[in-house]
Write a protein that binds this ligand. Sequence first.
Ligand code: UFG
Length: 325
Amino acid sequence: MRILVIGGAGYIGSHVARAFLDHGYEVTVFDNFQTGLRENLFNDAAFVHGDIMRPEQLRAAMAGGFDGCVHLAALKAAGQSMLQPELYSEANIAGTINILSQASAAGIARIIFSSSAAVYGSPQYLPIDEDHPKEPENFYGFTKLEIERLLEWYDRLKGMRYGAIRYFNAAGYDVRGRIKGLELNPENLLPIVMEVAAGIRPKLSIFGDDYPTRDGSCIRDYVHVSDLAEAHVTAFEYILKNDKSLTVNLGSETGISVFEMVERARSITGRPVPAEVTGRRAGDPSELVASSAKSRELLGWVPKYSDVDTLISSTWKMYEKYVTL
Ligand code: UFG
C-alpha cells in the first residue's frame, strides 16, 4: 500500500510517517519545511519538497499513484489564529481545497485528516464525545470544522472516504528516539516547559489562574503523539476495509492542569521551571477532556504512552541535551 503523508516532516507528521513505515507501508512525505524539518525525514521513505498552496506541486507528487493520503499540513497555534486569521484561512482551508481537488483528479479516494478538539469550543458537558455541539472558540478550530464539512461533501459527491481524527493535546516524542527534530519556536505548553527546564528560555507564562477549574489553570487532555500516529494507520485500514468515512476523538480521557503539568515536569527533569501567571490567552476554553470510546470501539485504539510521566520523560529526552547550566 502506498501512502502520501502531506506535512510528514512536522512534529506529528513525522511520527505518523514512522507509524505507516513500521506497518510496512510504502511512504512518500510531502512537505514545504515551513515548520517541518529535514532531520525528520526517514531513509526508508521517499520525499517530495512541495507546498500545498501550489496545486501543480501537489499534482506532480500525486501522479505517482497512492492508495491514500494523510493531511497534516496546517497551522496549529490557537492563540495565533485569533490574531492572524487570514493566515489560517489560507493555509488550512484553501490548502485543504487544493489537496482535495488534486487528490480527486489523481484518483486518490482516501484521506486521513488531522482535525482537532478545537472544533468543540467550550465544553457543554464532559467528557467530550463526537456528538458534542461544535462551537469553536478560536479561529483555528473554525478552520478544522470547515474542513470536516468539506470532507463530508467530498465523500457524498466524489466517493472520497475520510478519517477525520480530532486530536486533543498532542505531546511527547517517539520513545525509541527515532524522531530527531525539535519544533522551532513551539507554542504548546509541554515543549515550552521543556525549553524553560533546559535553560533555552528564561521562564514560562501561565495563561490565567482564574478559570473555574480545581486550581484555576486550564485543564487539557494530553495524548502521546505515537498513540495518535498509530490511530492514523488503523483509521486508514478502517476506511479501506469498510469503504466508509469516520470521525473520531483521540484523547487520553485524563485532564491535567497547567500547574500540575509544570509541577510534574519539575519533578521528572529535576530542573527549576520558573513560571509566572500572566493574563488569559484569547480563545482558551477552561477544560477539555475527551471521550475516546468511539476510537476504542471502531479502531480498537488503546493509548500506550499517554500517561503524564511518559509524555514528559519522552519529551525531556529530546531537550535535556540542551541543558547549559
Ligand atoms: N499554556 C500556558 N503557557 C504557555 C502555553 C500554553 O499557560 O506558554 C496553557 C494554555 O493556556 C492552555 C494549555 O497550556 O491552557 C495548553 O495550551 P497549548 O497551547 O499547548 O494547547 P491548546 O490547548 O491551546 O491547543 C492544543 C493544540 C490545538 C488543539 C487543542 C485541542 O495546539 O491544535 O490542543 O485540545 F486543537
